[in-house]
Design a protein around this ligand. Sequence first.
Ligand code: NAP
Length: 299
Amino acid sequence: MTSQQKTVHLPTATMHGTGVSAKALTPVDTGEQIPALGQGTWEMGDSGRTRNAEIAALKAGVDLGMTVIDTAEMYGEGESEKLIAEALKDRRDELFIVSKVYPHNGSESGVKAACERSLKRLQTDRIDLYLLHWRGGEDLEGVIGGFEALKAQGKIRHWGVSNFDTEDMVELFALENGNRCATNQILYNVARRGPEFELLPWMRERNMPAMAYSPVDHARLPKQSVLNDIAKSRGLSATQVALAWVLQQPQVIAIPKAGTIAHVIENAAAREVNLSAEELSLIDTQFKPPKSKRPLEML
Ligand code: NAP
């Protein structure tokens, strides 16, 4: 981990729901910190042609302190989890591994079985953070029950959700142990600022960090923008400015996916970029903060 590295507290509720209303149970910060910049792995492991470069990129990222590794059973139907094992099995203790369960496996027995399969592919005995990938006909109480059982067995260390809008979070927190959710992984970047209106403030009130997925908008940021102007004046790339913007948001973890060492090095350097108030205002003129509630977007 570099000395400049920003970290984010990962809260976990420590109180049980029995006899106390869910609303009264705000998550308690355990003091565990994880780096604010990690690595995504969607589409990694899909092609033999890029496999070696992806393995090298993941290793280089860990060398640079980007030890939060995000994956899912969905990614390449397990191929991403296998690639992570191949790349980083001998460095397990340095890592904070995040994986996700499909909503169609969203029952107490379903999440337990899916977790076992992910552990096997990852060649590890524990997942640090296990998320419900999105809402889709799951039994939410059963999912929480499965997550809590897996936690008690030491097979996962924390659990959370992904693609949950505010009303989903409210529904989750009304369920027993729902407030033990450690994070919500959402689409959030300079071009997708909808969560700033309601969801992110709701989470911050509960000390819950957000994980920003597609932090450089899946490489779809406009080719010409104020990001380029700022980048040019500072000798950076527009991608670095976009990533620095996400990292400058409070309580946000960014998990860019980079398939080459060059991109990994560039992304790691974005941690050292501190955008000025003037630069942030300039960004707001093109990438406007929301003035009203927008439904949460998903990729
Ligand atoms: P992203 O990280 O915003 O963008 C990835 C794209 O940006 C790739 O094409 C990558 O190219 C390129 N890139 C990365 N660094 C770059 C740099 N320095 N310069 C130029 N291009 C660069 O998008 P994402 O992969 O959609 O999101 C990141 C991670 O979030 C995923 O991998 C996944 O782990 C997670 N995710 C979660 C969900 C969910 O529903 N929970 C949904 C989407 C994503 P190269 O590969 O060539 O480096």
